[in-house]
Design a protein around this ligand. Structure first.
Ligand SMILES: C[S@@+](CC[C@H](N)C(=O)[O-])C[C@H]1O[C@@H](n2cnc3c(N)ncnc32)[C@H](O)[C@@H]1O
Length: 502
């Protein structure tokens, strides 16, 4: 990785530390809004005052903050945003990987990684047209989108890199096998094998394979699909929970394209290490996810307290490279990198007419009450009570604060008893809390939006670190290409790499 990029990303992230590292749950306890630059506080407070609780207008303001350069804003501001906010947006634009602008044709992946592009430039495969329903069992639209695009790009990479002589595709972390099954159907000349740590999923995958094989026989007999010369190759599925890279696959003399779709946390790092160390692995097409689980997710604030476990320092998944070896990303920063603007905006739009608009605010009010309503900067709070893993549940969007609190604490009777004791001691809270959720919901939403604004930059850092690691390990051809529609699949950036075959 060139030192200029490393220095730029490092400085950019340092300047966003406050936003990156905060937990929204501490909004009231740590008075997070007051920690923002004064110019931000006054500008956005004045904007919120103008719209006076109109949720549609607040959502429009959040959308304006997240607006990509190509999008037109739906609001007209009466004064410019603080210049430091405009500068931040420009910096994010310089670092992010254009997650919002995926390639629109398979061949664009080749040009994006510096391979000669094709004269003929066909569209991505529409799986619904390419395969009859019986051959795409239980595949949801999101997965159809992902797997068909991976199959298209894998096929092109194999053709564009003839010296790699790929004759096997290995899907690591294969789940119930949708990607591998579709790869084997759309790229019938390749052997496809999988590795998956959960034996139940491997079993389900094998059952779906059996059904698929029967459907192929049936459809071929009925002449509804063309018979292939070799028939449908059975998939080789292994149930192995991989802890170290050498457990992924012993060398078997084949030339492999290694793929993995949304392999969580440190598992992604293990796959990358395997790619570098296994000389049979020639090409990589990989998508990570769940960045918060990197480094074993051990650095979640207060987790050690409420789970009564010692804090284990672990660095396995980030940073991987020497270039970014000096960088630290907190759990909170990695967690926010797991969200996507497009889906967030859609959720916001959906929440306008519902109480779910307030739910994030509810959780931070609950935290504040459980901690005995601390006044900012005064006295200490009981850390053993902080950030407790309260229940997530369906239906919160229809609830007011009191119903929400009841459900959230249902399996934590001690916390609930504490909550009720505080309400008895401070009866004014019964009136104050509903007002808090109404008056602060806009600000909590905007604060979260500021965090989301920088999220693509944090994701970029994690992925650039992976590119740097591959290059430092001798794999000089490594690039990042947004491949999926972020609305369907926000972790949409492919890490594509190949080795020197000379
Ligand atoms: C998010 S799921 C993705 C599944 C599949 N690739 C897909 O996109 O539908 C990640 C998968 O990786 C598997 N996995 C995670 N860590 C693993 C490990 N260390 N060894 C083997 N499999 C693992 C999980 O069991 C899970 O099925």
């Amino acid at each position: 990785m060139d030192p200029e990029t490393v220095a730029y990303v490092t400085t950019a992230l340092e300047q966003c530390k406050l936003l990156a590292d905060m937990y929204m749950i501490d909004y009231f306890v740590d008075n997070l809004w007051q920690q923002l630059p004064k110019s931000w506080q006054s500008f956005y407070e004045s904007q919120l005052a103008v719209v006076a609780g109109d949720r549609t207008a607040i959502v429009a303001l959040a959308k304006h903050i997240l607006k990509r350069p190509s999008e037109v804003s739906s609001i007209r501001l009466t004064s410019p945003e603080p210049l430091s906010m405009l500068a931040l947006k420009a910096v994010v634009g310089n670092v992010e990987l254009k997650q919002w602008a995926p390639i629109s044709k398979p061949s664009e992946a080749l040009s994006a990684v510096g391979l000669p592009s094709l004269l003929e430039s066909r569209d991505f495969t529409d799986l619904k047209k390419a395969l009859p329903p019986a051959l795409r069992l239980k595949i949801k639209p999101k997965k159809e989108h992902e797997v068909s695009r991976i199959a298209d790009v894998a096929g092109l990479l194999i053709d564009a890199l003839p010296k790699a002589k790929i004759n096997e595709i290995v899907d690591v972390g294969a789940g119930i096998g949708h990607l591998s099954r579709v790869l084997s159907l759309l790229l019938p000349n390749q052997k496809v094998s999988t590795i998956e740590g959960d034996a139940v999923l491997v079993d389900t995958a094998a059952k779906l394979d059996e059904k698929t094989a029967k459907s192929i026989e049936f459809l071929t007999r009925r002449k509804q699909i063309e018979p292939t010369s070799s028939g449908w190759n059975p998939l080789d599925r292994k149930a192995v929970y991989v802890k170290e890279e050498h457990e992924i696959n012993e060398s078997r003399g084949s030339n492999m394209l290694l793929t993995g779709l949304h392999t969580c946390g440190d598992f992604s790092a293990t796959i990358l290490r395997h790619f570098c160390s296994n000389s049979d692995a020639k090409v990589l097409l990989h998508f990570g996810c769940c960045y918060h689980k990197l480094n074993n997710g051990a650095d979640k604030l207060f987790k050690d307290v409420y789970e009564d476990k010692p804090l284990v320092e672990c660095s396995k998944g980030f940073p991987l490279s020497k270039a970014f070896g000096h960088m630290k990303l907190t759990y909170a920063a990695r967690e926010v990198a797991c969200f996507g603007h497009e889906q967030f905006i859609q959720k916001l739009e959906d929440s306008i007419s519902k109480k779910s608009f307030f739910v994030n605010c509810y959780r931070s009010i609950l935290e504040w009450v459980i901690l005995e309503c601390p006044k900012p900067g005064k006295g200490t709070v009981d850390s053993t009570l902080r950030h407790q893993g309260l229940r997530g549940f369906r239906g919160a969007e229809a609830m007011d604060f009191w119903q929400y609190a009841e459900e959230a604490m249902r399996d934590k009777p001690q916390v609930k008893a504490k909550f009720e004791q505080i309400l008895t001691e401070k009866p004014h809270l019964r009136e104050e809390i509903p007002k808090m959720s109404t008056s602060e919901a806009g600000k909590t939403l905007l604060l979260y939006t500021f965090r989301l604004l920088i999220a693509p930059m944090i994701e970029a850092l994690i992925l650039l670190d992976r590119v740097a690691f591959l290059r430092e390990s001798g794999c000089l051809q490594a690039a990042l290409v947004p491949m999926f529609d972020p609305m369907l699949s926000p972790r949409n950036v492919a890490l594509i790499a190949w080795k020197d075959f000379a």
